[in-house]
Design a protein around this ligand. Sequence first.
Ligand code: CA
Length: 421
Amino acid sequence: MPYLLLRGLSHSASAFLLLLLTACAEAPAQPLAIVQSAAPASPAVSAPKPPLSFEEWRMLLRSDAIAAGIDAELFDRTFAGITLDPRVVTSDSSQPEFTRPVWEYIDGAVSVSRVAQGRLLKAQHRPTLKAIRSAYAVDHEVLIAIWGMESNFGSNIGSHNVIRSLATLAYDGRRQVFWRSQLLAALQILQAGDGPEQGLIGSWAGAMGQTQFMPTTFNQHAVDFDGDGRRDLWGSAPDALASAAHYLQASGWENGQPWGFEVNLPQGFDYALADPEVRRSLTQWRELGVKPTRAIDANDTSLATLFLPAGHRGPAFLLLNNFRSILRYNNSTAYALAIGLLSDALDGNPGVQAAWPRNDRQLGRSERIELQELLASKGYEPGPADGIIGANTRKAVRAFQQSLGQPADGYPSHQLLEQLR
Ligand code: CA
């Protein structure tokens, strides 16, 4: 879902953050996808328990909505019978101890059946995809991959009343300012006549349609590509695919360029270079002995970062600009990697060559917090002990690894935790 960042993790999501985030409800297709795209980084508002009743809050919202141009009659009709949804509150506040390892997530995302279905649909929709590429300069495969990941090609678009979900989050959730803006955007969609007859249906967090757009993303990027006068992301595959293309185009997609590719690293490689802040040209990486595992057609001057999603014992990838465009869609590196690998498979390319360290035990949330506390107690500076492995924690892990003379991949392994203990 081009989604937004639940719980404010948005744009700080880093290489390993993906392992730490919670699932986006009810989307078997994207169990790790935490963060949903589009959302402009809105400030995390730590609001106290709302002093207003839901009814009082709704009346204030009504005034704001009318001031913003929403028809009063539409507001009243839409909110008739709307109550708080306790399931949404539960989903928003859950902090699971364990999340799936990245290789399990990739296995599920790039399954044999999904690749087969995606190839079939790519062939069936070829004329539409060609027209979309002419209009927005976005490759076929990435659109089919997004379609597959977001809604299993339109078959799983969620079943929540989006107005009810967003009202619940805006009233009772964290980041109320963000949710309120999404709610007002959802009302604008209804006012524009784009919503389906049965109302706005979506995920518990308000992501809608076959490409799971948040309401603000919808208003900015959804397009009517089949020409029936409605931006119908629920029922029209051409509208959904073209809207995803329009959004990727706005996110800087470079048509015909790879998202990235798997590489082999030379003996004695300095793993500290595998850092989102270290960007080198493909020529420079080659000079360091970093070699693609297959022939790649990309500009030598393109800047790339080196990504080790499972640490130095797992596969390595160079990531190009298009990877960042996918992250704008959904700010999770696991998600973007899955989209890239699924696109490759749809294009007939082989899968990941190196073995994943499948015997590694992932740190749970409480262990990640312990890791951060131990690093801090030893004089490293991992940032707040929140269980989220961001840039500061990764730096601290690297420094500790270097003090032990170990490969400084910044990866928070179970072995590292044992050494800290
Ligand atoms: Ca349409």
